[in-house]
Design a protein. Structure first.
Ligand SMILES: C[S@@+](CC[C@H](N)C(=O)[O-])C[C@H]1O[C@@H](n2cnc3c(N)ncnc32)[C@H](O)[C@@H]1O
Length: 429
């Protein structure tokens, strides 16, 4: 018997029953959200030349780069797939919805925020989008995101892009979002729970993402890998897999964001969902597959007199490339075409995308090596980034900068070799 996925069936002809209680679970509002029935103020902002009102909604100027990345990816999706139906599941003032319509030329955007105090401000922003013909290209709703995604899924009415920009962890929305997405569609998810993603609360990371993570020198990259891994796990439950198009860590917050493409069928590269080991004693770091899990040793264990192992194992999480090189390259081309390069928050958009392209080299293992850690282990001054990178290249290894940590190198050169190189460079000075 052939299994028919709901995604292969045409939209359901049966209307769903209206729910008596629109928000059975209280949504997670920010503590600074306006109290019910508050008269909201008007406060105008401009992003990429688009004026909008934030009223008293939750709005972070620092997320502008994340919105730029989302719009670029969305616009490419429309170009390659011919359609762009977007669910902005937690839209705040609606700036993303507005930008998906105005810049990515979405065919349709559903702007949803559970807080109906934001209605005036969202509507006033959405009305700025010029109408194309008679068709209305957007709708504003105020339901729990979970309910919106579930209802569309039950109607077999799917989105090309679902943007879930929640507070804390998004993990409870992964399943309904994957259900409501077309095959080939994009899922943009966020974690602002830097404390857990940074490895400070292993019990929380297990609860949210099914992964054990603790603090390691490259914890912020681990946070991104755990977020991807969480979606990989949920997708595999449904018989799907996801591919990261880009992964973005922003120290403002901090915020972890990944854009993933949903594909039909199980993960083709099983080795990309596994474990990372880090040795606190020698700084060695390595990815491990499930088959190796039973007998993981650090190379330094062999020379360790006390015999006490110091390798910590994190996972399961995503150990494959953080970005899809071709997609990021197209995003960079589009950003150049739109004149968007060289004006973002923090790292400018051009630098950021170029760094992402460099760090998407499939030969690069997970993690990065911080030059201060190298210096500490070598007992020398921190080597200059440029010199260290060219020495690593000269030794035949791959190396790139990391978009996450300014003083770190992503490389397949082991820590012991980096320490040797740093000592030699120090002697040569
Ligand atoms: C981080 S803000 C969104 C910011 C917005 N995406 C932007 O770029 O400016 C999160 C929003 O989610 C809304 N929210 C919280 N829980 C929700 C839920 N369960 N369903 C829908 N919206 C929710 C909040 O009211 C808040 O506006």
């Amino acid at each position: 018997m052939t299994f028919l996925s709901p995604k292969t069936l045409s939209p359901s002809p049966f209307p769903l029953l209206p729910l008596k209680n629109p928000n059975p679970k209280p949504p997670h509002f920010h503590p600074h959200s306006p109290a019910p029935n508050t008269v909201c103020q008007t406060e105008y902002r401009t992003e990429r030349g688009i004026e909008f009102d934030i009223g008293e909604s939750f709005f972070r100027q620092e997320s502008a780069t994340a919105r730029d990345l989302g719009v670029l990816a969305a616009s490419l999706h429309r170009k390659f797939n011919g359609s762009l139906r977007v669910l902005d599941a937690m839209c705040g003032c609606g700036i993303r919805s507005l930008r998906y319509l105005a810049e990515a030329e979405a065919d349709f955007v559903l702007a949803n925020d559970a807080n109906d105090n934001y209605r005036r401000v969202i509507l006033s922003n959405m009305r700025r989008v010029p109408r194309v013909g008679e068709e209305k290209r957007w709708t504003v709703t105020h339901f729990d995101a979970d309910r919106v995604m579930t209802e569309y899924y039950l109607h077999r009415d799917y989105f090309d892009l679902i943007d879930v920009d929640s507070f804390g962890s998004d993990s409870s929305y992964f399943r309904p979002a994957l259900n409501a997405l077309k095959w080939g569609g994009l899922l943009y998810v966020t974690s602002t729970d830097g404390y857990t993603s940074g490895g400070n609360r292993p019990y929380h990371s297990v609860a949210s993402y099914g992964a054990y993570v603790c603090r390691v020198p490259y914890s912020n990259e681990v946070g991104l890998r755990m977020l991807i891994g969480g979606v990989v796990r949920e997708a595999s439950v449904l018989g799907y897999h996801v591919t990261p198009l880009f992964s973005y860590y922003s120290f403002h917050g901090p915020v972890f964001r990944v854009m993933l493409r949903l594909n039909h069928g199980m993960l083709p590269e099983k080795r990309h969902y596994g474990f990372i080991g880090y040795c606190r004693r020698c700084g060695h770091s390595q990815a491990f597959s499930w088959d190796e899990l039973g007998g993981i040793d650090c190379p330094c264990d062999k020379s360790n007199v006390s015999g006490s192992g110091s390798l910590v194992v994190l996972g399961p999480l995503w150990t494959g490339p953080l970005h899809t090189t071709t997609y990021i390259t197209e995003m960079l081309n589009l950003a150049e075409q739109w004149g968007w390069i060289s004006s973002g928050m923090g790292l400018d958009l051009e630098k950021l995308l170029k760094r992402m392209i460099d760090e998407s080299d499939p030969e690069l293992p997970p993690g990065y090596i911080n030059l201060d850690e190298v210096a500490k282990r070598a007992k020398v001054n921190s080597p200059p980034m440029k010199t260290m990178m060219s020495s690593i290249h000269e030794e035949g290894y791959v190396a790139s900068r990391s978009h996450i940590a300014s003083n770190a190198v992503k490389t397949n050169c082991p820590m012991a070799e980096c320490v040797r190189i740093a000592k030699e460079l120090n002697g040569a000075e």
